[in-house]
Design a protein around this ligand. Structure first.
Ligand code: Z5A
Length: 206
């Protein structure tokens, strides 16, 4: 029987820099498994990408956002994540349910009980094996986003207070689950962050 693959997720506030390290991580993971599936949330399927377009650009309540995220996630697990893990592939996913906890509960004030109910419904038996959390002061993250110069989506237009709450929700979750969630100081030069990331990855996969 094929052993289940490993499920690794990337998390952090917008602009913390996680997407800049996806190729590097893919290469490191290939040293452990030939078949690496890289995917993202919200998205990863045509259905999920459709919801992504809606949720990133149209106002909605915290509950409506969470429902959309979990609807996209359900399709993503069915079509991509579940089959890949079952085939023995390793999955590297840019954001997963920790994002919903941080953004919709931490940022928007959704009751954690609603989040937990959705999590139980959508993926009762699936959790990431390891989560790499890029932690950065929201003011620095905003500077990085501004330097990039791309058009901002509705989350990126949120105020500093919102990102402080999102960051705190992430860190609180990491304190509660330190074996799974590895916090990486995302400040400083890309090379320095990469070194810390490589070290965290070794710890996560040990
Ligand atoms: N969301 C949610 O609310 N609930 C959910 O359940 C889920 C998501 C799953 C997805 O947008 C949005 O959906 C997200 C949360 C919400 N909020 N927003 N916006 P996305 O996928 O488009 O955005 P993102 O995940 O935040 O990715 P991003 O914008 O690409 O940010 P990033 O991955 O953190 O950063 P980056 O692109 O790697 O870097 C940002 C810039 O900084 C870029 O120009 C880099 O070249 C630069 N950079 C990176 N590292 C450094 C260092 N070390 N020094 C200097 N500059 C750097």
């Amino acid at each position: 029987m094929t052993a289940r693959g490993r499920f690794i997720t990337l998390e952090g506030i917008d602009g913390a820099g996680k997407s800049s390290h996806v190729e590097f991580l893919r290469d490191r993971l290939r040293e452990r498994c030939a078949n690496i599936v890289v995917t993202r949330e919200p998205g990863g399927t045509p259905f999920g990408e459709g919801l992504r377009a809606a949720v990133l650009h149209h106002p909605a309540s915290a509950l409506a956002e969470a429902l959309a995220m979990f609807a996209a996630r359900s399709a993503h697990i069915d079509a991509v994540i579940g089959p890949a893990l079952a085939s023995g592939a390793w999955v590297l996913c840019d954001r997963f349910s920790d994002s919903t906890y941080a953004y919709q509960c931490g940022g928007r004030g959704l009751e954690p009980a609603a989040f937990e109910a959705l999590e139980r419904l959508v993926h009762p038996a699936l959790q990431p094996d390891a989560t790499l959390l890029f932690d950065l002061d929201p003011a620095l993250a905003a500077q990085r986003q501004a330097a990039r110069g791309a058009a901002a989506d509705k989350f990126e237009r949120e105020r500093a207070d919102f990102f402080r709450r999102v960051r705190e929700a992430y860190l609180e979750r990491a304190r509660r689950d330190p074996r799974r969630i590895h916090v990486i100081d995302a400040g400083g030069e890309l090379g320095a962050v990469r070194e810390r990331l490589a070290s965290a990855l070794r710890g996560a996969l040990a």
